[in-house]
Design a protein around this ligand. Sequence first.
Ligand SMILES: Cc1cc2nc3c(=O)[nH]c(=O)nc-3n(C[C@H](O)[C@H](O)[C@H](O)COP(=O)(O)OP(=O)(O)OC[C@H]3O[C@@H](n4cnc5c(N)ncnc54)[C@H](O)[C@@H]3O)c2cc1C
Length: 432
Amino acid sequence: MELITDTGWADGPTAVEPSLTGDIDCDVVVIGGGGGGMSAALRLAEKGVDVVLLEAKILGWGATSRNAGYITNSVAADPELLGFLLKRERLRELYRYAENAVHFTEDAIEHHAIDCDYKQEGIVMAAVSKGQLRHARRNAKVLAAAGSSGEFVEGPEAGLPEGFLGGIREGVGGTVNPGKFAFGLRAATIAAGVRVYESTPAVDVVDTGDRVTVETPHGQVRARKALLITNAASNSLSIAPKHLATPVWTSLIETEPIPPERLDEIGWTSRAPLVTLHMILESYRVTPGGTIAFGTRRLQTGRNPLPERTPAPHVAEDLVRGFHDRFPGLRDIKAETAWGGWIGMSSTWLPVAGTASENVLYSAACNGHGFAQAQYVGHMLADHVTGAPRHEDLEAIWHGGKRFWPSFVSNPALYMGWVADRTVDRWAALWK
Ligand SMILES: Cc1cc2nc3c(=O)[nH]c(=O)nc-3n(C[C@H](O)[C@H](O)[C@H](O)COP(=O)(O)OP(=O)(O)OC[C@H]3O[C@@H](n4cnc5c(N)ncnc54)[C@H](O)[C@@H]3O)c2cc1C
């Protein structure tokens, strides 16, 4: 298996945009060119705002081009736990926001004619044990009460692979090739006339009340307002609220192509993309190329400045072990390529947006479920920064305060999560 530092989904662009040299002025500067930052910049350009987009590497280089490609209406935290912790109305608002994010991204694919293999298909939050199936049933009730579209499915008619007992089939969304999506959105952003500077990290942001100044290695941007959409790197800038996002490395593996009849043989007739109900999820999906992409299961925290890296070999091996356990009928299938990316985890495990200072707004921490959400939030922030009242979906994730609790996400905690998941797996195997 080859461990790579880039995304395995698509080749990056052949030509890069210039980096910033010298000092420039604009109305709004967007820092971070992932799906969130590009979507914000596109919205600002559409509104005729003079916008500059700064990206440390190339647009789409971060999690946006590296993820598993699920366009999902789920939020990171467990629905049952959220149902216990939050008021019903708050839960409804959160799931409304997540569902609208799915539709926003679907519309963006269509509007910008992005060729990214989008397939509308019911992602299944799937159970691999009787305990998880009971959990799924309870989650389905919480989701229904929160107005989230999805249905509980079980048994052979669900068309899930052997060993997957059932789960919740999401009623909206599906999968894309996120690499093709990210670089397609990049092309749309450049074509829209956004002033894009690649290889240009913001190293400091100062808000003096009358304007914001962003320092970069070889120049300065002076703007009326700034949007900070830097995901896992959020806390590398001192203007960001403390503890906004803990960087967590997430890994993904792609197999060699698999003949379709092999998938039928193991019962995966629906080809539904799967996410397990473990504490740290496992995801398995069939790609348009007939390979399986699978990931997560084991997470590791990092520190800013975040390094370019590959998955750790022992994590990749553990993922392959998990693949073999879930799909014993595919043990001969080779894992070919492994890559990963950094996600930002908030201390509440919920998505957030807010105000870092008078003229600097941020969004962050879609907690590994932010592919559609980051873009939707970027779009809504763009409207808000230009004077529109906060959209009700932006309000649903708005953080009024200036501080966040320190996160309990740490390497020992994540390791314990993995140990707990494997213990439950072992018990489930014993009681089959
Ligand atoms: C392996 C993996 C699998 C995932 N699977 C899914 C999934 O299936 N579904 C889902 O919904 N979510 C998934 N996610 C999460 C999802 O990809 C992210 O939540 C989402 O893409 C975040 O978008 P973003 O624009 O906020 O961040 P990013 O795409 O990370 O973009 C942030 C950008 O900011 C740039 N940047 C950082 N600091 C600076 C700076 N100082 N100056 C300038 N630029 C800067 C970075 O280079 C980067 O390009 C996954 C993530 C990973 C890593």
